[in-house]
Design a protein around this ligand. Structure first.
Ligand SMILES: C[S@@+](CC[C@H](N)C(=O)[O-])C[C@H]1O[C@@H](n2cnc3c(N)ncnc32)[C@H](O)[C@@H]1O
Length: 441
């Protein structure tokens, strides 16, 4: 992109006004976490209303195919399935993949009710006060030995044994969909049952915390999930419920590798990770260790886009705006400059993959906010808009939206760019963000 084009693009962003139609501040929490969206917390997740509005605007056929290369907790996928569309996507995070799989799977409500009752009957046998010497004493707790140090770091002895027994009951379940459903419930309660500082996304211990009893926590959460499944089941068309595998095509894989054919997708709705922001692998470590999702946490972390583990020697950035940002950052921190460079190189490759899979006339919608690191403006949205054009897209539309404070995930720290506890952060996180829309002509 020439210098002039770069200036024009930046000018377009400057002149883009906030579109209040995309704030969704009239929605209550019960609406933004409707259906199965209540199954599991997840940082920086979409609200279904945003995905629905994009589908309303751009999908005018019945048999559409929607894709999300960064599924996270699966909001795009669930909304697509609810409308009877095909849904495909990836996430490198194993717990995100499990979550999406379970959340997108409508289960016949009576069948699920019976399964939950059977499960709770077994859970009740684990004595409330003491998991060690309980009536269910002969039930061998399933505690992944290879992660025992980490488990001891986060859990007291009583909760460790109780969680181990609950996990044993879960693994005894024969129906894979039900087993996975219970695994998601189990994963969700881990934070509350540990000494992980409540309200913090960073892995910090709180020795004053009184962790929840696992039995109580899982009973309560399963009831919520049961209601979520019922309302989801009611909206998913029968044709989809009867042949869900024909509609749902999701993988735990890199965003650069979509498991779909060329020119087959109608609409991509996604939000990427941010550079050096959430360390998703660290964030979900409680689930990763208990559900034994990764042998080597360090190797696993290297696959995540936007982390400090990513660095490239032989690849070059195309985006001039990104090159400028990297140059400015280099003076302040060569290490961080390399991370930013790697992040944008990765994203350029993801956009190439988006271009490959979209039908002609199809659109990709990437939700992203600008941020600041070490005082340097990281113009993510501007870079994305530029990169999409290098991948072959026509820049179709830029939507600037406010994120209402109740939806705002958290504030970011200006120095590190990471999400901080709300009272500690020294800048607003994303009072606004953009939806960058590219069209394959
Ligand atoms: C902002 S979150 C997406 C949130 C999602 N829109 C939702 O509603 O939950 C970004 C996601 O990118 C994933 N991610 C990071 N690196 C990835 C990669 N190389 N391939 C695929 N997904 C990746 C993270 O695990 C995280 O779930």
């Amino acid at each position: 992109m020439s210098n002039k084009a770069e200036v024009i693009l930046k000018e377009i962003f400057k002149n883009t006004k906030i579109d209040k139609n995309w704030s969704f501040d009239e929605y209550k929490r019960s609406e933004t976490s409707k259906w199965t969206n209540c199954y599991h917390r997840y940082p920086a997740k979409f609200i279904p209303q945003l995905v629905e509005k994009l589908m309303d605007e751009y999908i005018h056929i019945n048999n559409a195919h929607i894709n999300d290369p960064f599924m996270g907790s699966g909001t795009t996928i669930i909304s697509a399935i609810a409308r009877g569309y095909q849904a495909s996507g990836t996430d490198i995070n194993k717990i995100a993949y499990l979550m999406t799989k379970v959340k997108a799977m409508p289960i016949e409500p009576n069948y699920l009710k019976n399964k939950i009752q059977e499960f709770l009957y077994q859970i009740e046998k684990i004595d409330e006060d003491d998991g060690l010497f309980s009536a269910n004493n002969n039930l061998e707790p399933l505690i992944p030995e290879k992660h025992i140090e980490r488990i001891n770091y986060w859990f007291n002895e009583k909760n460790k044994i109780k969680l181990g027994k609950i996990l044993r009951i879960i693994y005894n379940e024969k129906d894979e969909n039900i087993r996975d459903f219970f695994k998601v419930a189990f994963s969700h309660i881990l934070k509350n049952c540990s000494i992980w500082l409540q309200g913090s996304t960073k892995p910090t211990r709180d020795f004053k915390k009184n962790p929840m009893t696992p039995n109580k926590a899982i009973v309560r959460h399963l009831k919520k999930m049961e209601r979520g499944n019922k309302s989801f089941y009611e909206v998913v068309p029968n044709s989809v419920k009867n042949r869900i595998n024909n509609y749902l095509n999701i993988k735990c894989d890199d965003a650069k590798r979509q498991h779909v054919k060329d020119n087959s997708v109608d609409l991509i709705i996604s939000s990427s990770p941010y550079v050096t922001s959430y360390k998703y692998a660290d964030l979900h470590q409680l689930s990763t260790i208990w559900l034994d999702l990764s042998d080597d946490l360090t190797e696993y972390k290297k696959e995540f886009i936007g982390t400090s583990y990513k660095k490239y020697k032989d690849k070059k950035l195309k985006s001039q705006i990104a090159i400028d940002i990297v140059d400015i950052m280099f003076v302040k921190s060569p290490k961080m400059a390399k991370e930013i460079e790697a992040f944008f190189i990765d994203m350029e490759e993801v956009f190439d993959e988006s271009f490959r899979i979209l039908k002609s006339g199809g659109r990709c919608c990437y939700v992203i906010g600008d941020t600041k690191l070490k005082g340097v403006n990281i113009l993510n949205a501007e870079v994305f808009a530029e990169c999409l054009q290098y991948s072959g897209f026509k820049l179709d539309r830029i939507i600037k939206r406010e994120i209402p404070s109740k939806i705002l995930p958290q504030k970011r720290d200006e120095k590190t760019g990471r999400f901080a506890n709300n009272d500690n952060a020294n800048s607003e996180a994303y009072p606004v963000e953009y939806i960058i829309i590219g069209r394959k002509t």
